[in-house]
Design a protein around this ligand. Structure first.
Ligand code: UD1
Length: 418
């Protein structure tokens, strides 16, 4: 049956935590280590199963990977393969970001199509047409993508039909050592894009405009060794903020970048929480009963993140009043709703809109995580609920939340893995 988390709800969370490094930054930076051809020291790299999956890909390609605490050292000087087997590709959807990196290093690559996943179809058409614009020839046969660029990659002007995070990263990785200049128009603006650019620029790349809608990459002939510290995980930070919010708690988070949390801060304030920020710390103090979070629309950064949508729904479920949540990014990201309704939440979903009428209390039941953020949200709901909640399907949560239950226990939650 696998492991489960067992939570006795109703404990007020209080205390202080340091937030882990960002998974969504670490993964493309690990792919970037392929392009450098040298040694990359990546600090604040979270201990997660998705990072382990990326490390296995690096090792398969011929890189040396060593971990000491939160630091990962990747030496890609001995890299010898340009393919990723299907099994490794399927361990983690975002492994598609290795495609641009391998192409940059070898001029050819063979990878599997990642396919759909729990939260949607997740096509990669934007990635592929962008790589083609840079000179790659791509053929798909039986779920494998055969990519080559006989004359090397060449800079190009690429306009994205949607500011896809993964496609923007793939283009950056492929373009850093391409001949000439690449311009990405309608690029994703997420902080993780800026972090990838910081890493690559530290290695000698010439990337300008990251964090803005237009990114310019002037190709360089090669990259050098670099030591980089991954940014804090803004999604995990907002998960712990929500844990405080739904338990009427008071929590201080350290090692955060406050600016990255701006898109989510307003829902906590709207719900009646008090937030104080100071340097790399933030304190959230919640009222006994939350107020409505109003209308929340998920959007590309700097809009409200889709990755925080499930947690926001837990707040809305226990708030006084009605809230509306509109999921604009992924078509199948309301899988937690059924489980929240079993816990007593009043949620009506129509297409991409969820209308949530807050109830005074949720009650504990046996639940199953269907995806990473939805699974973490069920744990948050369990913290707020009366009685015992169990959450199964922990492999989803372990992809992205480091020491989740230990951290919650530090804050006073009654939670154990068994
Ligand atoms: C990244 C994050 C994920 C986050 C998402 C949106 C990582 C490892 N994952 O995922 O946690 O939820 O950004 O902020 O960083 N799309 C296409 N064609 C494409 C690419 C994307 O149609 O070629 C669509 C997707 O199906 C989705 C939307 O664009 O509906 C956003 O996807 P994208 O920004 O690419 O997300 P990911 O990079 O996969």
């Amino acid at each position: 049956m696998g492991e489960k988390l067992v939570i006795q709800g109703g404990r007020r969370l209080e205390g202080e935590l340091s937030v882990q490094g960002s998974k969504n930054s670490a993964l493309p930076i690990l792919a970037a280590a392929v392009v450098t051809g040298g040694s990359s020291i990546i600090k604040n790299c979270p201990r997660l199963t998705d990072v382990d999956a990326a490390s296995r890909i690096l090792e398969y390609l011929g890189c040396k990977v060593a971990r000491t605490g939160d630091t990962l050292i990747v030496d890609s000087s001995g890299i010898c393969r340009s393919d990723i087997p299907e099994k490794l590709m399927h361990e983690m959807r975002s492994s598609i970001v290795f495609l641009g990196a391998i192409l940059a290093r070898f001029g050819n690559a063979v990878v599997s199509t990642p396919g759909g996943c729990e939260i949607g179809l997740r096509p990669i058409n934007i990635h592929l047409s962008a790589l083609e614009a840079l000179g790659a020839e791509i053929t798909e046969l039986h779920g494998r993508l055969y990519c080559s660029c006989g004359n090397g990659l060449r800079g190009a002007k690429i306009t994205l039909s949607f500011p896809s995070v993964g496609a923007t990263e793939n283009i950056m990785l492929a373009a850093v050592t391409a001949k000439g200049t690449t311009t990405i128009i309608n690029a994703a603006r997420e902080p993780e894009i800026v972090d990838l650019a910081c890493f690559l620029n530290g290695c000698g790349a010439k990337i300008k405009g990251s964090g803005e809608g237009i990114i310019t990459i002037e190709g360089v002939s090669g990259l050098n060794n670099y030591e980089h510290t991954v940014i804090p995980d803004r999604i995990v930070a907002s998960t712990y903020m929500t844990a405080a919010a739904v338990t009427g708690g008071r929590v201080t988070l350290n090692n955060i970048i406050t600016e990255h949390l701006n898109p989510v801060l307003s829902i906590y304030e709207k719900a009646g929480c008090t937030i104080k920020t100071s340097g790399e710390s933030l304190e959230i103090k919640a009222p006994c009963r939350l107020g409505s979070i109003g209308a929340v629309r998920t959007m590309p950064y700097p809009g409200f993140p889709t990755d925080s949508q499930a947690a926001a729904m837990v707040m809305a479920s226990t708030a006084q009043g009605t809230s509306v949540i509109i999921e604009n990014i992924f078509e199948n990201r309301f899988k937690h709703v059924g489980e929240l309704v079993r816990m007593g939440a009043k949620i009506m979903v129509e297409n991409i809109v969820a209308v949530v009428e807050g109830v005074p209390r949720l009650h504990g039941v046996e639940t199953e995580a269907a995806d990473l953020r939805g699974g973490a949200a069920l744990v948050l709901a369990g913290l707020a609920a009366e009685g015992e909640t169990t959450v199964r399907g922990l492999h989803h949560i372990d992809r992205g939340c480091q020491s989740f239950e230990n951290n919650l226990r530090l804050l006073g939650a009654e939670i154990k893995r068994c």
